[in-house]
Design a protein around this ligand. Sequence first.
Ligand code: ATP
Ligand code: MG
Length: 429
Amino acid sequence: MIQLIRGFKDILQPEASLWQHIENEARRLFESHGYREIRLPILEKTELFARSIGETTDIVEKEMYTFADRSGDHLTLRPEATASVVRAYIQHKLSGTEPIRKLYTIGPMFRRERPQKGRYRQFYQIDAEVFGISSPYADAQMILMLAKLMERLGVTGISAHINSLGCPECRPLYRENLKAFIHQHTEELCEDCLRRKDKNPLRVLDCKNESCRKAMTEAPELLDQLCTACADHFALVRRELDRRNLDYKINKRLVRGLDYYTRTAFELQTDMLGAQSAVAGGGRYDGLVKTLGGPDIPAIGFAIGFDRLVEVITQAKPPETPAPSVFFIPLGESAMEKAFDFCLQLAEKSIEADTDYSGRSLKALMKRADRLAAPFVVIMGDSELQAGEVSLKNMATGEQRPVPLDSLVEILSLEISGQEAPESGTQDP
Ligand code: ATP
Ligand code: MG
């Protein structure tokens, strides 16, 4: 038997329904904040990621699925979405007509990492980006929107971490201080960190290696050395989060893995997924649009790790297979045809109904109804049908009653929408 590739996965039922639910909630929330969807290709030129994410990052150094296509072009399965969104923003001159754009996109990303819990080689992100707003209100809005999504999804045990990564004004000096500190601790650092320490010293702060973490506990902190403009920016972000009573932590170690970030960086973290603690991450990237050849336009974005979000939700409450609202049990040929008609008619009213065409006994079909967990069952015997009636059974209460055929759809609609069906024959005065 041919099996799927290591680090890849199938999303089966009932989990896939949970994915759908999360996606719907995210879309609804983002759209109500003025975000609009953008759909992008999964394959891009390798250069796009090398230039945006940075040559000395884990992703570009060792995680990208890169190959030469038949004409020799170097292509890469996207490891993240931001670079592609920025490319599209520049390529289609979206800044020309209306520079302020709020966009979101949902889809698979590819990184060749070591597969483990919460870490896959194809994983999914829900990604949002805002272009053209340098104000810290945009930063606060994004963080609050992320927190709101968690609230709507009923996710608990997640906390927001925020930090500022400074700007080209204040970061260079800090970088030098950090480099000097790192040079005094080279013996304690891992190979990756040693290789990158000069080109990208901030990455050392982000290393997950225990010994590197220890070595860096006393490292100087950027947050204490921000320029006035960055400090003011950060203060306003905090003020807006405080005003809405968002529970967040200032995390001076939070540097994010990619090169393009400036000022506000944030993550949603959980302790429910072992070492894979980040459920979402984002930040401001004011220089990236220009770096990729576009106009000088500020931007900020985040990406939610869809798979990890699902895992956090599933740990708290395993998803259930969605059940049809009603299951028809036809006993006989003419009943089967009626059941078939009713299923179509109810689907038209957005009520999910199902039936069975096997011709099996009432007992066997009641068993199937139980397995499907339909809250209502309609039993249709040929003799009852001739009298213009069927039996409606409420599976929660066990109550069973005769219902006239021609008001079945109406009664089911009422029952299913949680209302009491009117007693037959009684009329409101
Ligand atoms: P990590 O520190 O866990 O490696 P990251 O900083 O590389 O995460 P980002 O590039 O910020 O991740 O991507 C945003 C989110 O996507 C992460 O917070 C995480 O939830 C999710 N994510 C990243 N890599 C993977 C992966 N290999 N498998 C599943 N989810 C992932
Ligand atoms: Mg990573």
